[in-house]
Design a protein around this ligand. Structure first.
Ligand code: BES
Ligand code: MN
Ligand code: ZN
Length: 517
């Protein structure tokens, strides 16, 4: 079994130079016979009810049964996420052998491969080993490719500002080697997943970046990188937005030193003349609340208030990188919500791009103001077949759904069903919420066509009802991802603590399964 052979590997760049960072784990697919080195962590899979992968069986034999004895001696049952770290036996040139639980053997699908590989990475990431060799030769190329994808997502770190971290706290794994039955085919199957991971990482980096670095103009500058993938990028500044009449969006940004921006992304991979599908993202680069200022405690998390815009950017990245056969538009409403002498006041009445007027009761309900103008602009200019907005819109959605689920609101059942299906397939969980007409009265104003907040109760619903007034009857869905953009304590191994990149995989999957070709 473990005979030294020359290493045959398929190289796939692990980290797109698009991010401007060359850091990251190298990913290689190698032949099953490839030997570990002295410093390698060798990971093999074991399943519930004692079933071992063929590679694990062979290794056990080679170790005179020590692998099974180690399992029998403890509580390892092969459940997904369980790992057992044992010292490599004499004669096997490896630092350690890690047995990775992968759940039920007949339920070992692509997603299970992602999770198992992510757990394997987690088990050895700071072990001191420099290579993780994951034995997956029992399965086909897709499984191996998804394992690489899972480990890649698990290995994400935003550490560019850390200069004094102790070496032993830093990840030691620099190379992930996946032993596959057909290394070449696995490398090929990984290609689209590799660019999807790049897109998720691009979105995570945007969300992680602090607001002194990432303000609207800088966000727009970074998005220019998508041009390299064939995305058309347009940036509208305040002068143009004023001329257009986007006063709701500009009102939010008027208390900031930073100039508001509207970014328009277009990927034309479908038939010329086909109506596009459109994604609209809330891009509040920092949300102090404005004059209705937020309490200091936890305000730093408001660097993530551009998570919707990051998701839309990542989605366009993913679609373009895999040359999806679809016409897609992305609109990013980029502003900074600050209180200063020029800031918008509670009680201000503002005329939207749609012509409807809004009484601004609370300047902290700013996301819906930005989106209202962005949605109207989107439907007016592109006549899309549907619009989906993503926004870290309300704290109330966290109260409603907790931190694992984002809220889905839609005026169209078919679109909602498609999104729920894509959500199940992509690990970006959604839960549908209602849009009850009887709550419309909650945002009636005495002086304008509507006000921007209702009572505290049902706050996510009134926010969605507000947005609905700006979609002009188009099939539309709103995803309130205030709950899922940022995870202080993630329980999902492919999502490290911090920026999740929520929405990128969801939208990519939605297009792939329902709107392509
Ligand atoms: N950006 C916040 C929502 C948010 C809260 C995002 C927690 C992420 C985590 C949004 O702009 C906001 O401030 N919403 C207010 C609305 C209220 C004034 C009606 C809220 O949720 O308190
Ligand atoms: Mn706010
Ligand atoms: Zn906000």
């Amino acid at each position: 079994m473990f005979v030294v052979r020359r290493l045959r590997s398929v190289w796939v760049p692990a980290y797109a130079p698009l991010n401007g960072r060359s850091l990251g784990m190298k990913i290689e697919f190698v032949a099953a016979e490839v030997q570990p080195s002295e410093t390698t962590a060798l990971a093999v899979l074991a399943f519930e009810d004692g079933a071992l992968s063929a590679t694990a069986e062979a290794l056990n034999e080679r170790m005179s049964g020590a692998l099974k004895r180690a399992i029998a001696a403890g509580r390892f049952k092969g459940a997904m996420g369980q790992t057992l770290d044992i010292v490599a036996p004499a004669g096997l040139a490896a630092a350690r052998v890690v047995i990775v639980g992968a759940g039920k053997k007949d339920a070992f699908d692509d997603r299970a491969a992602e999770l198992a590989a992510a757990h394997a990475y987690g088990a050895v990431k700071t072990s001191g080993s420099d290579v993780l060799l994951l034995a997956l030769a029992d399965w086909g190329p897709e499984r191996a490719a998804h394992a690489a994808f899972g480990a890649r997502l698990a290995a994400y770190r935003f550490d560019k500002y850390r200069t004094t971290e102790k070496p032993e706290k830093k990840p030691s794994i620099g190379v992930l080697r996946i032993a596959a039955a057909d290394a070449k085919a696995a490398g090929k199957a990984f290609k689209p997943l590799s660019s999807l991971a790049d897109a998720v990482v691009f979105a995570r980096d945007l969300v992680s970046e602090p607001a002194n670095v990432l303000y609207p103009e800088e966000f727009a500058r970074r998005v220019q990188k998508l041009c390299e993938l064939g995305v058309e990028v347009e940036v509208l500044g305040e002068k143009q937005l004023k001329a257009l009449g986007m006063r709701l969006l500009l009102g939010v940004g008027q208390g900031s030193e930073r100039e508001s921006q509207l970014v328009v992304l277009q990927w034309k991979g479908g038939k010329a003349g086909d109506a596009p599908i459109a994604f609209v993202g809330k891009g509040v680069c920092f949300d102090t609340g404005g004059i209705s200022i937020k309490p200091a405690d936890g305000m730093e998390e408001m660097i993530t208030d551009m998570g919707g815009a990051a998701a839309v950017t990542g989605a366009l990245y993913a679609l373009a990188a895999r040359k999806a056969k679809v016409n897609a538009v992305g609109i990013l409403g980029l502003v900074e919500n600050m209180p200063d002498g020029a800031a918008q006041r509670p009680g201000d009445v503002v005329k939207s791009l749609s012509g409807q007027t809004v009484e601004v009761i609370n300047t902290d309900a700013e996301g819906r103001l930005v989106l209202a103008d962005a949605l109207w602009y989107c439907q007016d200019r592109f006549k899309p077949k549907l619009m989906i907005d993503l926004a870290t819109l309300t704290g109330a959605i966290i109260v409603s759904l907790g931190k694992d689920l984002a809220g889905l609101f839609s005026n169209n059942d078919a679109l909602a069903e498609n999104l729920l299906a894509a959500s199940k397939a992509s690990d970006d969980p959604l839960w549908r919420m209602p849009l009850p007409a009887q709550y419309e009265k909650n945002i009636e104003s005495q002086v304008a066509d509507m006000k921007n907040v209702g009572p505290r109760y049902g706050g996510s619903i009134t926010a969605a009802l507000f947005l609905q007034k700006f979609v002009n009857g188009l099939p539309w869905a709103h995803i309130d991802m205030a709950s899922t953009a940022w995870k202080p304590n993630s329980a999902v191994p492919t999502i490290p603590n911090g920026a999740t990149g929520f929405g990128v995989r969801l939208l990519d999957r939605l297009v792939a399964d329902f709107y392509e070709g």
